[in-house]
Unconditional design. Structure first.
Length: 173
């Protein structure tokens, strides 16, 4: 690749935002594990209670309570998560694609430059890059564990091959 820059003007819409939020929470940060573990533990205790139904009074009731809590709280957790995504989408006005920032990538040590729509800018070094992940129709450029820039395939367009080459080159150093 030449020393040319790859510039991506990023527009984010509801679908892209939702896909990223789900990917970040459940694949990157594995926030599904705690509610599932909680449900499994309470399911185990509920089964234990049901197995004692013939010898213990209220065992069936206790088992039912454990099942309700064990599955109810994780369901509420996931429902609140998805509701919060929808609230955020409405708050940000993402029904249609909104321009958010421009990412410029070059093959120099501090070659990640981001210019936000509000005028803020940031510069990152390739060596400090946390990771790059491919999501549904989008590349997630994590500059920190809790900060990622989205590079949608539709916005990358004809630069896809050049972007892939640059990322491979910089990440394998």
């Amino acid at each position: 690749m030449k020393d040319s820059a790859i510039t991506v003007s990023v527009k984010i819409d509801a679908r892209l935002f939702r896909n990223f939020a789900i990917y970040d929470a459940f694949r990157m940060k594995k926030r599904w594990k705690s509610p599932v573990l909680f449900a499994l533990i309470l399911l185990g205790f509920a089964i234990l209670c049901f197995s004692r139904a013939k010898t213990q009074e209220q065992a069936v009731f206790m088992g039912a309570v454990l099942l309700a809590v064990g599955f109810g709280l994780p369901i509420i957790y996931f429902a609140n998560f998805f509701r919060s995504i929808n609230v955020q989408i409405r708050k940000l006005g993402l029904k249609s694609p909104q321009p958010v920032y421009t990412v410029t990538l070059t093959d120099v040590p501090d070659g990640i430059h981001v210019a936000a729509k509000n005028g803020e800018t940031a510069q990152y070094e390739w060596n400090n890059l946390y990771g790059v992940h491919q999501g549904k129709s989008c590349t997630y450029l994590y500059v920190q564990n809790n900060r990622a820039y989205l590079l949608p395939d539709r916005d990358i367009g004809s630069q896809a091959e050049a972007l892939g080459s640059l990322l491979e080159k910089r990440l394998l150093r």
